[in-house]
Design a protein around this ligand. Structure first.
Ligand code: G3P
Ligand code: CA
Length: 263
């Protein structure tokens, strides 16, 4: 059994504010194989790296991300809410890489400058609300970066993820060569015999689902799928998914995960 890939969930987001450039650069320094990133649309159509629908939890702004322009979001502080900011207060202040909004374009530029292979797991949020706009803009951006038809030796390999089968179908139609992950929080009735819809070959169950359904990972893998599990932060969860033989571990703590794997 080969060791699973380690993906940094929202960057090294246990240690640094999620979805900031600093959190992603830390994950690359720590040796993560890949980076997980949620993307949403601003009011003026830019893809930004933010998990929540609202700004309230991870910034000093209020209201919906989708109601703001990129310029308005760039004026906000996306880092001071995190415990890392309190630690830094007595020492050096957080710099902009820890506190500013990150666009997907900027993250892709950083990944391409890493000088080593990096896998990107990009999750589209709320596809139904935007009627496919998120997926269209994402594929257009990836195409501009030459990332929609990856060759085996290309250093940056992008995979698109969603909880929505509809979003996965849109990506498959817009960019058939892009791998997709169907994320699973619960076990849908239609997931018979481990077959995923719309040509997805990677399943993304949550760790709670893996714990509740011990046969799920073997069934998905026996049907020819890879399995990436989220969000594996606790040591007992890591042991569970390693024993299950998963292909990818998505974690807020890539350094600790890599250490367990002897890497
Ligand atoms: O990696 C998949 C995982 O990120 C899905 O859940 O809520 O963290 O986006 P969430
Ligand atoms: Ca996510």
């Amino acid at each position: 059994m080969t060791a699973p890939l380690v993906f940094a969930h929202r960057g090294s987001s246990y240690d640094l504010p999620e979805h900031t450039l600093a959190a992603y650069l830390r994950a690359l320094d720590e040796g993560a194989d890949g980076l997980e990133c949620d993307v949403r649309l601003t009011r003026d159509g830019h893809l930004v790296c933010v998990h929540d629908r609202r700004l309230d939890r991870t910034s000093n702004g209020r209201g919906l991300v989708s109601a703001r322009t990129l310029a308005e979001l760039e004026a906000l502080d996306f880092g001071s809410w995190h415990p890392a900011a309190a630690v830094a207060k007595g020492a050096a202040p957080l710099d902009e890489s820890h506190t500013r909004l990150l666009t997907l374009e900027r993250l892709l530029d950083a990944v391409r400058s890493a000088g080593r292979p990096v896998r990107m797991l990009i999750e589209t949020k709320h596809p139904s609300r935007h009627r496919g706009d998120v997926e269209r803009r994402l594929v257009a951006l990836l195409r501009r970066h030459g990332l929609t038809e990856p060759g085996p030796d290309d250093p940056v390999q992008v995979t698109v993820m969603s909880f929505s089968p509809l979003a996965v179908r849109r990506i498959r139609e817009l960019a058939p060569a892009l791998p997709t992950v169907l994320l699973l929080e619960v076990l849908p009735r239609w997931l018979r015999l481990g077959r995923l819809p719309f040509g997805s070959r990677i399943a993304g169950p949550g760790v709670e689902l893996v714990r509740a359904r011990p046969q799920l990972v073997p069934a998905l893998r026996a049907a020819g799928n890879s399995v990436y599990v989220w969000t594996v932060n606790e040591p007992e969860d890591l042991e569970l998914v390693l024993a299950a033989g998963v292909d990818g571990v998505i974690t807020d703590r890539p350094a600790r995960t890599l250490a367990r794997l002897g890497r």
